[in-house]
Write a protein that binds this ligand. Structure first.
Ligand SMILES: [Zn+2]
Length: 99
Protein backbone atom coordinates (compact mmCIF):
# COMPACT_ATOMS: atom_id res chain seq x y z
CA UNK A 1 0.00 0.00 0.00
CA UNK A 2 1.31 3.40 -0.93
CA UNK A 3 0.93 6.13 1.64
CA UNK A 4 1.15 9.72 0.57
CA UNK A 5 3.46 11.08 3.27
CA UNK A 6 3.01 14.67 2.17
CA UNK A 7 -0.73 14.55 2.77
CA UNK A 8 -0.17 12.86 6.15
CA UNK A 9 2.27 15.65 7.06
CA UNK A 10 -0.23 18.33 6.06
CA UNK A 11 -3.02 16.70 8.03
CA UNK A 12 -0.79 16.33 11.10
CA UNK A 13 0.27 19.95 10.80
CA UNK A 14 -3.32 21.08 10.44
CA UNK A 15 -4.51 19.03 13.43
CA UNK A 16 -1.68 20.41 15.58
CA UNK A 17 -2.42 24.01 14.61
CA UNK A 18 -6.12 23.53 15.28
CA UNK A 19 -5.41 21.99 18.70
CA UNK A 20 -3.03 24.84 19.59
CA UNK A 21 -5.65 27.41 18.60
CA UNK A 22 -8.37 25.44 20.37
CA UNK A 23 -6.29 24.95 23.52
CA UNK A 24 -5.26 28.59 23.57
CA UNK A 25 -8.79 29.84 23.03
CA UNK A 26 -10.32 27.65 25.70
CA UNK A 27 -7.35 27.96 28.06
CA UNK A 28 -6.83 24.20 28.08
CA UNK A 29 -3.19 23.46 28.72
CA UNK A 30 -3.59 19.77 27.91
CA UNK A 31 -4.90 20.50 24.42
CA UNK A 32 -2.34 23.26 23.95
CA UNK A 33 0.55 20.99 24.90
CA UNK A 34 -0.66 18.12 22.75
CA UNK A 35 -0.81 20.62 19.90
CA UNK A 36 2.77 21.73 20.51
CA UNK A 37 3.84 18.10 20.82
CA UNK A 38 2.13 17.34 17.52
CA UNK A 39 3.95 20.24 15.83
CA UNK A 40 7.29 18.83 16.98
CA UNK A 41 6.24 15.36 15.88
CA UNK A 42 5.13 16.70 12.48
CA UNK A 43 8.50 18.39 11.94
CA UNK A 44 10.32 15.15 12.80
CA UNK A 45 7.98 13.20 10.57
CA UNK A 46 8.59 15.63 7.73
CA UNK A 47 12.38 15.41 8.11
CA UNK A 48 12.17 11.63 8.22
CA UNK A 49 9.98 11.53 5.15
CA UNK A 50 12.23 13.93 3.22
CA UNK A 51 15.36 11.92 3.97
CA UNK A 52 13.60 8.68 3.11
CA UNK A 53 12.63 10.20 -0.23
CA UNK A 54 16.24 11.24 -0.87
CA UNK A 55 17.48 7.78 0.06
CA UNK A 56 14.99 6.16 -2.30
CA UNK A 57 15.88 8.49 -5.17
CA UNK A 58 19.53 7.65 -4.65
CA UNK A 59 18.80 4.00 -5.40
CA UNK A 60 17.09 4.76 -8.67
CA UNK A 61 19.23 4.68 -11.77
CA UNK A 62 19.48 8.00 -13.58
CA UNK A 63 19.25 6.78 -17.18
CA UNK A 64 19.93 10.26 -18.55
CA UNK A 65 23.23 10.36 -16.75
CA UNK A 66 24.01 6.78 -17.80
CA UNK A 67 23.72 7.62 -21.51
CA UNK A 68 25.42 11.00 -21.15
CA UNK A 69 28.47 9.59 -19.40
CA UNK A 70 28.48 6.39 -21.44
CA UNK A 71 28.12 4.21 -18.37
CA UNK A 72 27.41 0.51 -18.50
CA UNK A 73 24.35 -1.03 -16.93
CA UNK A 74 24.74 -4.37 -15.28
CA UNK A 75 22.80 -6.73 -13.09
CA UNK A 76 24.08 -7.67 -9.69
CA UNK A 77 25.02 -11.33 -9.52
CA UNK A 78 23.84 -11.53 -5.93
CA UNK A 79 20.49 -9.72 -5.79
CA UNK A 80 19.83 -9.40 -9.55
CA UNK A 81 19.03 -5.71 -9.36
CA UNK A 82 20.09 -3.23 -12.00
CA UNK A 83 23.26 -1.27 -11.27
CA UNK A 84 25.76 0.97 -12.97
CA UNK A 85 28.90 -1.08 -13.58
CA UNK A 86 31.15 1.92 -12.89
CA UNK A 87 29.83 2.04 -9.33
CA UNK A 88 31.93 -1.08 -8.60
CA UNK A 89 29.64 -2.22 -5.79
CA UNK A 90 25.94 -3.03 -5.81
CA UNK A 91 23.80 -0.19 -4.44
CA UNK A 92 21.37 -2.63 -2.91
CA UNK A 93 23.45 -5.39 -1.32
CA UNK A 94 27.05 -4.16 -1.57
CA UNK A 95 28.22 -7.12 -3.68
CA UNK A 96 31.10 -6.38 -6.05
CA UNK A 97 29.88 -5.86 -9.61
CA UNK A 98 31.51 -7.89 -12.36
CA UNK A 99 31.11 -7.65 -16.08
ZN1 LIG B 1 23.15 -6.68 -5.31
Amino acid sequence: MKINFKIVTYILGLISLVSIAFGYYYGSNTVLFSGVFLVVFTVFFHVFQASYEMFRKDKEIDYDMVSKLNLTLTTCSNCEKENVLEDKYCKFCGEELIK
